[in-house]
Design a protein around this ligand. Structure first.
Ligand SMILES: [Zn+2]
Length: 118
């Protein structure tokens, strides 16, 4: 597209006035265009890096949360000890003493949560 229009514009990179030949020209020279392009790319990269970090920290769940234990009807020994607020070793002793009951599957103890809570 060739035209005879001449526009006085301000370069978006170096802020100097120049005469543009098309409506779309934003930079006074190829040098400014290239520098501005590189800067845009750098900012985009930085922004996406920041986005990635914040997305990760939002979606990453805590290793063990009470919320998750609340949803489970069956608990293993470690989780059951957590629910009772005692150490797994204490829970093993309680099992031996018959203070709590568990369902054994192989070597594993499984506790029904309603059996643990009063
Ligand atoms: Zn310029």
């Amino acid at each position: 597209m060739s035209s005879n229009i001449r526009l006085n514009k301000v370069c978006q990179h170096c802020q100097q006035e120049f005469v543009a030949k098309t409506m779309l020209t934003r930079y006074c020279s190829h040098v400014c265009n290239r520098k501005a392009y590189k800067q845009t790319k750098r900012e985009e990269k930085l922004k996406s890096a920041i986005d990635n970090v914040s997305v990760r920290s939002i979606t990453a769940p805590p290793a063990t949360s009470w919320r998750r234990l609340d949803d489970k009807p069956l608990l293993n020994l470690k989780e059951a000890a957590q629910v009772l607020n005692i150490s797994p070793l204490t829970l093993r002793r309680w099992l031996k003493e018959g203070r709590v009951s568990s369902n054994r599957i192989g070597k594993k103890h499984l506790f029904k949560k309603q059996d643990l809570l009063p």
